[in-house]
Write a protein that binds this ligand. Structure first.
Ligand code: CAA
Length: 378
């Protein structure tokens, strides 16, 4: 693995960092109040960030996978909300069409998703099928030139805001995971009912909703891949998606480390900056070491993915380690700030609340261990 970013990747990093500091930072409070950041997404679209890895022929920026991960990492240092919206839109909202769609589907949807005209979402999780993703209850029944879908989904990121939903439902109950199919469902499809917003601990600007399908008619041309391929489509895209969430966690951790370091250098107690006192100096050293470890795992998985090398194990390792790092480092950052860190006057309590879910969504840490463990045995 080349540990140096290319010139193009460094330019991406600078561009996103500048954008995050000038455009997103002033907007963070509004997102904290629950505002969905459509204005920011429109500006990101102008910069080509909504279709970073999509080929130019489908209207994307056609950059390498590492550049995409750099963008999530840098955005998440300032706003984990923006990080997750982009990660879900790209990794699991758009890529299933890029990798499993037919030419007609690609022509129809990718230019709109890549330009940011459309926002993507991914609908796998159900009330009784979270970690056990193949136990889906949503059903899709073929009737002539369309499928009729019935069922419900929960915890859908970008739900209610998205224009296309990648929906997984059972087409053949007798076949287990091979009986699941994937569909592209457009916003406004009759029978697609947007349910309640979840009131979450963090990521307040990102919408997370329940969805219900009531005799929702989806044209047969919107079946993604073949009937029965849905579970594999979900798993293959989650492999990639998990690198995006790992990069989001890395950004949160690094953001917290930066804040804590700056504060520790300024805050004077017992006659000198607290950074110069061993209790805090050691803490910062451990935080920085964990962030560096997470960075190596995240960019290692990204590099493998960029080369087209299978990286399910490395993606899970990156997510497992980076999400734990995000939680640990944000907790320590609050400790460095002391009482101030526990208030909403300072950013570290938000970073902690945003960090926790990275150990849960796109596969809990326990699921990442299952994936890593299985890979060790083959
Ligand atoms: N790529 C391609 N195919 C895969 C695969 C992968 N990574 N992993 C498994 N498969 C295939 C297997 O080869 C197998 O195929 P065959 O039937 O042809 O042999 C089939 O899928 C079933 O595999 P398993 O028996 O291994 O499946 P399992 O029931 O043991 O489950 C699991 C595996 C890894 C635990 C899976 O259920 C899982 O990932 N669960 C977590 C679900 C998850 O991450 N949900 C996140 C929701 S999305 C989200 O959070 C987005 C958001 O909004 C932020």
């Amino acid at each position: 693995m080349n540990l140096r970013f290319t010139e193009e990747q460094q330019m991406m990093r600078k561009m996103v960092r500048d954008f995050a500091e000038t455009e997103i930072q002033p907007f963070v409070e509004k997102m904290e109040e629950g505002h969905f950041p459509r204005e920011i997404l429109n500006k990101m679209a102008e910069l080509g960030l909504m279709g970073i890895t999509i080929p130019e022929k489908y209207g994307g920026s056609e950059m390498d996978f590492t550049s995409y991960i750099i963008a999530i990492h840098e955005l998440s240092k300032v706003s984990a909300t923006i990080g997750v919206i982009l990660s879900v839109h790209t990794s699991v909202g758009t890529n299933p069409i890029l990798y499993f769609g037919n030419e007609e589907q690609k022509q129809k949807y990718l230019p709109k998703l890549a330009s940011g005209e459309y926002l993507g979402a991914f609908c796998l999780t159900e009330p009784s099928a979270g970690s056990d993703a193949k136990s889906l209850k949503s059903k899709a029944e073929k009737r002539g030139d369309h499928y009729v879908l019935n069922g419900s989904k929960v915890f859908i990121t970008n739900g209610g805001e998205a224009d296309t939903y990648i929906v997984f439902a059972v087409t053949d109950q007798t076949k287990g995971s091979r009986g699941v199919s994937a569909f592209i469902v457009e916003k406004g499809t009759p029978g697609l009912i947007i349910g309640k917003d979840e009131h979450k601990m963090g990521l307040h600007g990102s919408r997370t909703v329940q969805l219900t399908f009531e005799d929702m008619k989806v044209p047969v041309e919107n079946l993604l891949g073949e009937e029965g391929e849905g579970f594999k489509i979900a798993m293959a895209n989650l492999d990639v998606g998990r690198i995006g969430i790992a990069a989001q966690a890395l950004g949160i951790a690094e953001g917290a480390l930066d804040y804590a370091t700056a504060y520790a250098k300024e805050r004077v107690q017992f006659g000198k900056p607290i950074a110069a006192q061993q209790g805090i100096g050691f803490k910062l050293a451990d935080m920085a070491t964990a962030v560096e470890g997470a960075k190596l795992l995240v960019y290692r998985a990204a590099d493998l993915r960029g080369q087209g090398i299978s990286c399910g194990k490395e993606a899970s390792m990156a997510k497992l380690f980076a999400s734990k790092t995000a939680v640990d480092v944000t907790i320590e950052a609050i400790q460095v700030y002391g009482g101030y860190g526990y208030t909403k006057e300072y950013p570290v309590e938000r970073l902690f609340r945003d960090a926790k879910v990275t150990e849960i969504y796109e596969g809990t840490s326990e699921i990442q261990r299952m994936v890593i463990g299985k890979n060790l045995l083959v």
